[in-house]
Design a protein. Structure first.
Length: 274
């Protein structure tokens, strides 16, 4: 059996922001990342459908016959919201983590006025995941969630600097400004790619990227795991491999130097990692 690995997944390239943070927090761990670009974006899909995708990907990683998956990170907010308890219950012996709880914890620590905004996909807003998480942490905090359906397609297309991106960001941020929040959670792993634009338009907010606290938790959890040699990562897409490779060249060229880019495919509700 080959070296153990950490499984990570998202609907597209957004989860690579979590991979980037994980490489800093746990540099010794090989990562297998799945971008389910055949179904991107997840945000506007029925929650039951998203749950099926998330469970199928988790199953493919955790039940892999050629290597040992030592944990799974759902680097996808909507997957974390609707599928995390299901996968945790099925695989109680393996750590399975999401990004919602770490993001909520970080925001609760940073807010000064107890008014927290969440920029997220339609599905994550519909699930109420951040509102529920923050209510458990600090029941008196006020939470304002804004669905941002334009953001994921903009990032997947590499159009973060476009006029369309600016117009969408102005619209979504205006809603949070009206509620006088002081802290904003980026409730989708695609959104950190838009952070320079968001900070330029609304510099008064403290922006929380859940990737960082999530990676810190994973790093502590796997600190005792011994892996020999320099880790070699595997990056899978259920979409077009050439297009995915081009996105990697644009966003994380350093990751390409230590990774294999491979295809994955759905066979019914089963994900096959080629």
């Amino acid at each position: 059996m080959s070296a153990p690995f950490l499984g990570v997944f998202d609907s597209g390239v957004g989860g690579l922001t979590v991979v980037h943070a994980l490489r800093k927090a746990a540099p010794h761990i090989p990562i297998w990342y799945v971008a389910d670009q055949a179904h991107v974006p997840y945000g506007g899909r029925p929650l039951d459908e998203v749950r099926g995708f998330a469970c199928g990907i988790s199953e493919a990683l955790l039940a892999n016959a050629t290597a040992e998956c030592v944990g799974v990170v759902m680097a996808c907010n909507i997957s974390s919201a609707v599928a995390l308890p299901v996968v945790q219950a099925k695989y109680p012996h393996v750590p399975v983590l999401g990004v919602v709880e770490p993001g909520a914890q970080a925001a609760a620590k940073r807010t000064r006025n107890g008014r927290i905004g969440v920029l997220a996909t339609e599905g994550t807003v519909q699930s109420g995941a951040y509102r529920l998480a923050l209510r458990r942490i600090a029941p008196d905090y006020e939470v304002y969630e804004v669905a941002c359906p334009a953001f994921v397609p903009i990032v997947e297309a590499g159009a973060e600097g476009s006029e369309a991106a600016r117009e969408a960001a102005c619209l979504y941020l205006h809603e949070l400004e009206a509620h006088e929040v002081d802290t904003v959670i980026l409730g989708c792993t695609h959104y950190p790619f838009l952070l320079p634009l968001l900070r330029r338009l609304s510099p008064q907010f403290v922006y929380i990227d859940p990737a960082e606290p999530t990676a810190e938790t994973v790093g502590q959890m796997l600190s005792s795991l011994e892996v020999l040699g320099t880790p070699r990562h595997r990056l899978f897409t259920t979409g077009d491999v050439g297009a995915f490779h081009a996105q990697l060249e644009r966003l994380f060229p350093d990751l390409l130097l230590v990774s294999e880019v491979k295809s994955a495919r759905w066979d019914g509700d089963q994900l096959v990692l080629d």
